[in-house]
Design a binder for this molecule. Structure first.
Ligand code: ATP
Ligand code: MG
Length: 333
């Protein structure tokens, strides 16, 4: 059985983008893969964060994942900082990855913004830690949203260079699994920017915890254009906001964008947004109810994460110890 690894940062409440682009795809993979899923708190401190909120946000992210169908009894679900193998391998990868490779990463450029000199060095080496997250488990498949494609290519470059430099075939090639019409859900305020949980504007995203009124308001305010919906997909070209809303409805109703257009061609956005709101509320309310139920017993969530961390360590510890041996560190005996 192939091993899968994927992670999500506790950098805010999970968005519809996280759900449709990543989390939703994690669930069916548990049927035929050995799945390792991680709340990546080490990544979450690479940008501004509130240290008084991080632990709670981490637990809430875990509860959100479980509420979306990620079953801690059928996968390994844990918190990144609980398993030290990640940082040990990340250090080795810091020394393997070339600065020129990191300089090409668009996420760093986007997140660091104009004041690049003032960005944390952790943000710069973020992709090396992400490569370590995956390779510490010898995972070969990684379900992520489209925005992570470049980081996965880098993770393969790092593994190849490690294997080449040390004359081993130790780290396998990984295959990104970027799936579905919603692999890149865009901001509700700007159809050319991806939806992000860390975007300063709450109006730019649907949070998984938004209630019916919040969803209705955000969708009503979502940027669109004055044209009615076209009958064909070609009519959505150069209309990023319209394409995004059509894609979201397709994803939550398990239809294709072409089917959505067939059903709604000629409609204006006023009417279309009502349909979309209703579909989103129907889809998200059971997840919200389950999340509330889980968070009523935080100790139970923490206990599940503790068990997950033990299972994760049992896989990663021998792999990373072997990597250290390959590098030539004197074994601690
Ligand atoms: P941040 O703004 O803090 O980076 P994020 O919303 O980008 O948060 P991450 O924790 O970085 O979320 O990513 C978790 C997963 O969600 C990744 O697999 C990522 O590819 C996916 N993802 C993030 N945003 C989107 C989006 N807009 N559409 C589809 N998938 C997404
Ligand atoms: Mg992100």
């Amino acid at each position: 059985m192939q091993r899968v690894f994927s992670g999500i940062q506790p950098s805010g409440i999970p968005t519809l983008g996280n759900y449709l682009g990543a989390i939703r795809n994690w669930v069916p993979m548990m049927d035929d893969h050995e799945c390792v899923y991680c709340v990546v708190d080490l990544h979450a401190i690479t940008q501004a964060f509130d240290h008084r909120e991080l632990a709670r946000a981490t637990r809430e992210m875990a509860a959100a994942l479980i509420a979306c169908g990620v079953d801690p009894d059928r996968c390994t679900l844990f918190v990144q900082s609980h398993v030290h193998a990640h940082t040990r391998l990340a250090w080795i990868f810091n020394c393997v990855a070339r600065i020129g490779w990191l300089n090409r990463m668009t996420q760093f450029k986007d997140k660091a913004g104009k004041d690049r000199e003032n960005a944390g060095s952790g943000l710069y080496v973020y992709p090396n830690l992400m490569a370590a997250d995956i390779h510490a488990y010898h995972a070969t498949r990684v379900p992520v949203g489209e925005d992570q494609k470049q980081h996965l290519e880098l993770a393969n470059d790092i593994a190849q260079k490690f294997n080449h430099d040390f004359g081993v075939e130790f780290f396998p090639n990984i295959e990104p699994m970027i799936q579905g019409v919603a692999a890149r859900v865009m901001s509700l305020r700007d159809g050319t920017k991806k939806m992000s949980k860390s975007d300063p504007s709450d109006q730019s995203r649907i949070n998984l915890t938004d209630d019916a009124d919040a969803i209705a308001l955000k969708i009503r305010r979502a940027k669109t254009d004055p044209e009615p919906l076209p009958a064909e997909l070609a009519g959505l070209e150069a209309r990023p906001e319209a394409r995004n809303l059509v894609g979201i409805l397709a994803a939550v109703t398990n239809a294709t964008p072409a089917e959505v257009l067939r059903d709604h061609a000629g409609k204006g956005f006023g009417a279309f947004k009502e349909v979309l709101t209703e579909a989103l509320v129907a889809h998200l309310s059971p997840i919200q109810a389950e999340m509330t139920r889980l968070l009523a017993d935080p100790a139970a969530v923490d206990a599940a994460l503790r068990k997950g961390a033990d299972r994760a360590s049992a896989i990663a510890e021998p792999i990373v110890t072997k990597a250290e041996e390959i590098v030539g560190f004197l074994p601690r005996r």
